[in-house]
Design a protein around this ligand. Structure first.
Ligand code: UD1
Ligand code: CA
Length: 461
């Protein structure tokens, strides 16, 4: 088959009153990503370059949310209906020959496969318009698909315009379509607003094409792919549907998810096989979890790379890397721009900020490491603090391979602890510690004998 020009329009100018929100509806998130971006990303993943988003209410906010997506914007000043919204995008279609699909910004559950099939169904069938439909038990407020005696789509009737018979129809309009660009442009101007809502309905184009004897197709998909979000209750429903879809895909790829209802994985997260995920984990952004990891309960991992065989327990890891076979937690906090090596132990109540930690190093408990470069094979005693901030500026600390930091050491930055050196417990280190040495930086202990008795504090039996 020859390659037709393919483009897409996303309608996103409406306000979404029922969300009761200061944010435009399409910028609300489902599984960690704005609804509008789900729609854009799915369309673009099929190779379609030319995507136009129709914006109006909250236009600047929608633009901001989509700024890195490389889309065109068409502006709809007044929300006069879905047909009028498409007219606003006309400039991007003029003089073009091919197909345009129309999607809605509040329908985040579309998939790459569904978009691909829509275009091929439309083109293979030589249709001038194709409507995506769905058959559902409770057709609620969706527009109804009315078929003629030959079972062809005759028209779409909006819920508010339905008569008694029409309202009973269980086949609904998803609000998503494919059109022949030329045919669409020729007929948009025939729309009127003589209907219950006084709007220019895109749905009326179907009846117009039909009346001219043009071929209209219906492409039926499961409702879980076209469900639209108009309220917070529907937002939660979309979240549930997408979560199920994401988690199922990971399980099919060989990931164990102990309780899929309580595991929250973003759409763009990658997970290797034989990783086991306990409940309460939240994996966000562009996180990659490699093979054979153990995610014990209740961690949040965002935009991070977790190499194979890592165990994470009740931790927060943000924009960082964790090397193979390292353990993190319980109760650890790894802040952005940290890079943890292989076979490292980051234990309980440890915070790492913008630091690198070399292979095999152990930071077992109650420690803060910030703005530091730590070598391999080091050991941090309990309660170590890197004093990286002097109240004005942050400074860097370097700890070389195999250093041993005694319990309750303060490392006042900038400072260097050289290879194999030790710091004595309770030391406040302010000067470089040379290789192979021991630094003791604390007051020497003195004993005052019989001090208690002489003070008269001793309790007599
Ligand atoms: C629309 C369809 C209905 C379908 C339903 C599926 C029409 C007339 N009706 O109804 O048949 O079952 O979607 O979800 O098309 N928008 C604009 N500009 C406007 C109006 C709407 O950009 O002037 C955008 C909205 O931001 C939204 C989308 O179009 O993203 C759908 O609008 P909405 O008002 O939610 O349409 P529905 O009444 O749900
Ligand atoms: Ca809607």
């Amino acid at each position: 088959m020859f390659n037709l020009f393919k483009s897409a329009i996303i309608l996103a100018a409406g306000e979404g009153k029922r969300m009761k929100s200061d944010m435009p509806k399409v910028t609300h998130k489902v599984c960690g990503k704005e609804m509008i971006n789900h729609v854009i990303d799915n369309i673009k993943s099929t190779g379609i370059e030319e995507v136009t988003v129709v914006i109006g209410k909250g236009a600047e906010k929608v633009k901001k949310a989509t700024e890195d997506r490389n889309v065109n914007y068409a502006f709809q000043d007044k929300q006069l209906g879905t047909g009028h919204a498409v007219i606003c995008a006309e400039d991007f279609l003029k003089d073009k020959d091919g197909t345009v699909a129309v999607f809605v910004g509040d329908g985040p559950l579309i998939t790459k496969e569904m978009v691909e099939k829509l275009y091929s169904f439309h083109e293979d069938g030589n249709y001038k318009a194709t409507v995506i439909t769905s058959i559902i038990d409770d057709p609620a407020k969706y527009g109804r698909i009315i078929r003629n005696s030959s079972n062809e789509v005759e028209k779409i009737v909006e819920f508010k315009d339905c008569n008694e018979e029409e309202v009973k129809v269980k086949e609904i309009n998803s609000g998503m379509y494919c059109f022949d660009i030329k045919v669409l442009l020729e007929n948009l101007s025939s729309l009127n607003n003589n209907n219950a809502q006084g709007e220019y309905y895109l749905t009326d184009v179907i009846e117009i094409l039909k009346s001219k004897g043009l071929k209209v197709g219906a492409f039926t998909v499961p409702v879980s792919e076209i469900t639209a979000v108009n309220s917070r209750v529907e937002l939660a429903h979309a979240e549930m549907l997408m979560k199920q879809r994401i988690n199922k895909q990971h399980m099919e790829n060989g990931v164990t998810i102990i309780d899929p209802n309580n595991t929250y994985i973003g759409v763009d997260v990658e997970i290797g096989s034989d990783t086991i995920i306990y409940p309460g984990n939240i994996l966000e952004g562009k996180t990659v979890i490699k093979e054979g990891c153990m995610l014990l309960p209740n961690s949040r991992i965002k935009d991070s790379i977790i190499e194979a065989g890592v165990t994470v327990d009740n931790a927060v890891i943000l924009e960082s890397k964790v090397g193979e076979n390292t353990t993190v937690g319980p109760f650890a906090y790894i802040r952005p721009n940290s890079s943890i090596g292989k076979k490292v132990k980051i234990g309980d109540f440890v915070e790492i900020k913008k630091s690198t930690i070399g292979d095999g190093t152990k930071v077992s408990h109650l420690t803060y490491i910030g703005d530091a470069e730590v070598g391999s094979g080091c050991n941090f005693g309990c309660g170590t603090v890197v004093v990286n901030y002097d109240g004005k500026e942050k400074h860097k600390t370097i700890i070389e391979d195999n250093a041993f930091i005694g319990c309750n050491t303060n490392l006042v930055s900038p400072v260097i602890v050289r290879k194999n050196a030790y710091t004595a417990a309770g030391s406040t280190i302010t000067k470089e510690v040379p290789e192979d040495s021991l630094a003791v930086a604390r007051a020497r202990q003195t004993i005052i004998n019989d001090w208690v008795k002489n003070k008269g504090l001793k309790k007599e039996k």
